[in-house]
Design a protein around this ligand. Structure first.
Ligand code: FAD
Length: 511
């Protein structure tokens, strides 16, 4: 293991990580702890990617991320993935996660409900509104739990058993791996309103129930409902900063304003990168950057097998997000609003998504992080973040379209928070072009490749590339998008680099 304390600067590294999103930082810090010399190169002036924060006046805003799972002490092998990463890096005392319960609220015309943590409370709360659906709801939620548990052990099991045994030990995973949420949910729930409530968090994965993978959905739902939903005290920039602290503590380095131009390939394997017109050598490179940029611009398609390139051409990426960042002097504790509320005009999520795809803003989510972390704003004031999914191509020039989109979202927010427009102390918009500018993700994609049944599991771009010593971490690779997903991807990339087959063995190395 590496020892605490900075190493002398070198220009020849064991590992270079391109990008300091949470996936990249997870890999980098764990590899530094494993004794590797690690350099992270980040294009922006701070770490975090979509988890970065920014300050305006006295307000601390999150640019994107507002709710995560995976931070709890309970879980497979003694903790969940973010908890175990921070534990391995000896950082658990340096960060605080605030539990969010209910983890979200679903608001529809004439109907609203909070979704509480805990399967028992979740089923009971929804059953009160839909009493004839109790048994189906319970069975569906328990199936989600079973799937989520099978996914957690899949990696370990596949290392030990053959396919037939795997099918017996993970029956739900094999049965539902090709199903969408809608296909499965309809077998258990009949009332379309309950289906809409059950699936109300679909924007977290960027796809409506008829398209999103039931397996990926289940891990996300159980993550929030059973493992726990959290906000990071001080904003999610703190999560990124804490991972950087771990990286540096174990001798790793990070350079900001350093956009990598090229990944150098020599004799069919990685030899380093070109950044600011200089070559830095490394025997291993992990790209946390946009996937197409990595393949076509940084490496060059001539180095990849034809079949790999053909596959990339067929893959679908997620939509982007339009965000409005607001400070208000309204007393938001006085109205019935929680940390996160999804506000819809229609119970039909396919309609909601189809309008989104056409660039029409008809629903929003409202996040109020200052309700759980009042230090983000001066006393008596609150921060709001309004978000909606949108395609990058919605506007020819986002500069013109931005104020129009902001106004539409403000009007939608006003239906839940009366008089909001009269109580705005600060307002700023972030368009899909903004998302792209700060992270370089293709068309400001919020979650990387869509998590459809055809693009998850073995069908997703794997952490190991076809080029020797080139790996991927982040939402363009396995397992998928969201902070929980990219944290797992960072750990998986470390396993590939170190040649450690089972995740439990990796954690064992850090004890
Ligand atoms: C508005 C918004 C809200 C979201 N809310 C949530 C949420 O509440 N909960 C949740 O779990 N998920 C949320 N997501 C999704 C989640 O944020 C992402 O899936 C996740 O953060 C992606 O992490 P990543 O590791 O792939 O890196 P990214 O965050 O994509 O960061 C990539 C990094 O690489 C850097 N980079 C790119 N190219 C180069 C280069 N050539 N050289 C050097 N550096 C480079 C970028 O500057 C960036 O820092 C949200 C996304 C958005 C857009």
């Amino acid at each position: 293991m590496g020892k605490a304390g900075a190493k002398e600067a070198v220009s020849d590294y064991d590992v270079i990580v391109i990008g300091s999103g949470i996936g990249g930082l997870t890999s980098a810090a764990l590899l530094a702890k494993s004794g590797k010399s690690v350099l992270v190169l980040e294009a922006h002036d701070r770490p975090g990617g979509y988890a970065h924060g920014f300050k305006r006046k006295k307000y601390h805003f999150d640019s994107g991320v507002h709710l995560i799972s995976g931070c709890g002490e309970q879980g497979y092998c003694g903790g969940q993935v973010i908890y175990k990463t921070l534990q391995a890096l000896e950082l658990l005392d340096e960060i605080e996660f605030i539990s969010i319960n209910p983890f979200s609220q679903a608001l529809f015309p004439g109907f609203s409900i909070g979704l509480p943590q805990g399967i028992g409370d979740f089923v009971e709360t929804l059953s009160k509104q839909f009493p004839t659906e109790t048994e189906g709801l319970k069975a569906l939620t328990e199936l989600c739990l079973q799937l989520s548990e099978e996914i957690t052990i899949a990696d370990e099991l596949m290392a030990e058993v053959d396919l037939e045994q795997a099918q017996q030990l993970m029956p739900a995973l094999f049965k539902y791996r090709k199903s969408t949420l809608a296909e499965v949910a309809r077998q258990f729930i009949k009332d379309p309103k309950l289906l809409a409530v059950f699936a109300s968090n679909w924007p977290y994965l960027g796809l409506p129930p008829s398209q999103v993978s039931f397996v990926y959905w289940s891990t996300m739902l159980i993550g929030y409902m059973v493992d726990g939903a959290y906000y990071c005290k001080g904003g999610f920039q703190q999560l990124a900063n804490t991972l950087v602290k771990g990286l540096v503590r174990f001798g790793g380095q990070i350079q900001y304003k350093s956009a990598v131009e090229k990944i150098i390939i020599e004799h069919g394997q990685v030899a380093g990168v070109k950044v600011n017109s200089q070559k830095i050598s490394a025997s291993t490179v992990i790209s946390n950057a946009d996937f197409k940029q990595t393949v076509y611009q940084m490496v060059g398609e001539q180095y990849f097998p034809k079949r790999y390139l053909q596959r990339i051409k067929k893959m679908q990426h997620s939509l982007s997000i339009f965000a409005v960042y607001i400070a208000t002097d309204l007393d938001l504790t006085a109205i019935n609003i929680g940390h996160e509320s999804f506000c819809y005009q229609d119970f039909d999520h396919d309609k909601n998504f189809s309008r989104t795809r056409q660039g029409d803003i008809s629903w929003i989510s409202i996040t109020v992080p200052s309700l759980v972390d009042p230090d983000l704003a001066p006393q008596g004031q609150h921060l709001l973040m309004l978000t909606t999914l949108l395609p990058y191509q919605t506007a020819e020039t986002w500069k013109q379209q931005k104020p129009i989109a902001m106004q539409t979202m403000l009007e939608l927010a006003g239906q839940t928070i009366p008089n909001l427009e009269k109580h705005i102390l600060f307002i700023e918009g972030g368009s899909p072009a903004t998302m792209h500018r700060y992270t370089q993700n293709h068309q400001g994609s919020a979650y990387g490749w869509d998590v459809t049944p055809k693009q998850i599991g073995p069908a997703r771009i794997q952490n190991q590339s076809p080029i020797k010593s080139l790996f991927f971490a982040g939402h363009w690779t396995s397992p998928g998008g969201g902070i929980y997903g990219v944290s797992v991807s960072g750990v998986q990339a470390v396993q590939k680099v170190l040649g450690v087959r089972k995740q439990s063995d990796l954690w064992g190395l850090y004890e």
